[in-house]
Design a protein around this ligand. Sequence first.
Ligand code: ADP
Ligand code: MG
Length: 743
Amino acid sequence: MNFASKLVQKVKDRFVQHKLKPYQDKLKAIHEIRLEGWDDGKLQAESDKLKAKARSGAALDDLLAEAFAVAGEAASRVLGMRPFDVQYLAGAALHEGNMVEMQTGEGKTLAAVMPAYLNALTGKGVHVLTFNDYLAGRDAQWMGPVYRFLGLSVGFVKEDMTAEERRQAYAADITYVTAKQAGFDYLRDTIAMKESDIVHRPFHYAIVDEADSLLIDEARVPLVIAGEVASSGGDGGRMAKLAKELRLGEDYDFDENKRNVYLTEAGSEKAEAILRTGNLYEARNSHLLTALNCALHAESLLKKDVDYVIRDGRLEIIDPHTGRVAQNRHWPDGLQAAVEAKEGIASGTSGKILGNITLQHFLSLYAKICGMTATAQDSADEFEETYGLGVVEIPPNRPRIRIDHDSRIYTHKEAKLKALVKEIADVHATGRPILIGTSSVEESDQLAAELEKANVPCHVLNAKNDEKEAEIIAKAGELGAVTVSTNMAGRGVDIRLGGGEPEQARQVAELGGLYVIGTHMNESARIDNQLRGRAGRQGDPGSSRFYVCLEDELINRFGIEKAIPASYRTAKQDEELSASIFSKKTDHIQRVVMGQNFELRKTLNKYSDMVEEQRRIHQERREAVLYDEDGMSAAEKHIRLYLMDKAWSDHLAYVSYIREGIHLESLANRNPVDEFHHRIIHAFELIPDKLEQETAKALAKLSASGGADAADWEKQGYKPPSRTWTYLIQDQFMEKKTNIFSF
Ligand code: ADP
Ligand code: MG
């Protein structure tokens, strides 16, 4: 380190220390409480006392030191892990609702136990939101004995659980669950016809693990609940046929970014003639225009076996980030139907959307949230602005000695691949374990094939199974292991040197520890750092290096190769380029992209925030009916709930219809966001009166027919959907569309 960077480091360290100061004081107070000499019974009685205090209204802040000391002592007795000081510090920062940055392998799972315990003393329930179902089960089982020793209950939720099992898990003092599962359960609760169907309690405190992934990368993913309704046929088949007849380049074309299609004048005329509708751009035809656009998009921008696969007669989307089949995902309504029509398969989704919520909005239902991850600092502004979460950086328990090498940069892909294979083969020959992060399944298969040719056996991670994935990743630190994985694979899994076997661990450490290689630069520095962080856990040796080439997608997209002196971008060459010019540029690109994505998310929030506000108003009104005990008959309650749900579902359909066409408003020189707000506010305002009229009519009809039991309601048509299902929406197209029109 030269003088200047030493100085920068010193200033940075001092800043970190400054932010930690209040927590250091708490740490001192925790250490002053000596519990080692107490027997188990006394410790447990102390926990009961704390519980009684919290439930009779004592401020949790005042109980913090004692509760943390008690939980720490319990952890060391039950798990054989005495929390490190950094874990107490992290725990205190989590309790205060911060975003805690703590490196991989530093023990975030145990750090979360202290604030979870403290906040669960109130009896109001704490959720630890894990990265996937597998980790929910693992962490609940791992940490469960500590809570139970202290007289609290623990539960976890998995995909295939029944409603009753879920209700029990949420009734526990501490529940380990993914945000998606919790969110889906919430959506089901919002359409419950009986109080006893509800599985959640009011949302109290959530600790979000791998928080950047959820709060930033996935924050805008809408969770959806849909229900069965009679199919209306739709325009899908007709439009798919028309889209095949229109010619790319003549009748329709792409925008420059290949994100959208649009009809040319010739195309519009042709379509109008075939559809016999008159002017497609008149308001009365806007559903046709939207459907045709979706069909053209499906026809020309979405490719089978690249963007989606058809399996067992069903459409499955491939996640553009991981290259794997994304479980339980749909494209937005119109587009999904258009692709299904294009492929001539039965629509698996022709249900009606009954409710939806983005993960971000779902999280805001909790009275208090906090998060932890190894990579928070790079997105500190966004955490602060979007969630009001300050980032607190926790220093490592033992100093980090991982070496992050400069990237190696090549002119073209073949040169990069050749260099990668050589590097991996050379290092593998020494026995040192290597973990390689690639961008897609395709890339990982290609690399694995090349490695095989070079006689380097490797594990390729394309299992969709979290459990198996965790097992393979956990072994990535063994002598001679070469593991090729996709980006995000195995977040949350601990890679121990030598697989945790002491003699092997020593050998691997002598070889330099785990070597992490990235085969491309990611959009966000966070993701790069997440990958690097797989090496060098708990002060282990380790190193990381990224391989980049001028043909990489990210570099291309931002035209960085143009920003590079002509002499460097002339011919293809096998040797690496001198790195110093590029590393600054690549950092710059990442910062620009992260900034742009942040702005984009803000713009998109302008659309969804308003609908969410309406949803909450609607939900409050609905709860007033559901929980009404002083007056309403069972028949009236049922009818009111039924009609309210229908009104909301209709409203959502209207919102999405407006949303799909709203970007056209900017062509008419109107601000699309304002126009959108204007229309949906108006539509929402009409709901209450309409509902009152419908309810009165329905009740009159029922009383006229004499009956008022369930069979009568259903006979009269007031029948809730017989089957509901939940899924996530893959919304990158709408995002891109909005993007274009809002900058
Ligand atoms: P993170 O989530 O921060 O990546 P984990 O919670 O998975 O880290 O823990 C990493 C490893 O550190 C685990 O093997 C765990 O057993 C170990 N560990 C954590 N805290 C302690 C402790 N206080 N004492 C001993 N081992 C610990
Ligand atoms: Mg973890």
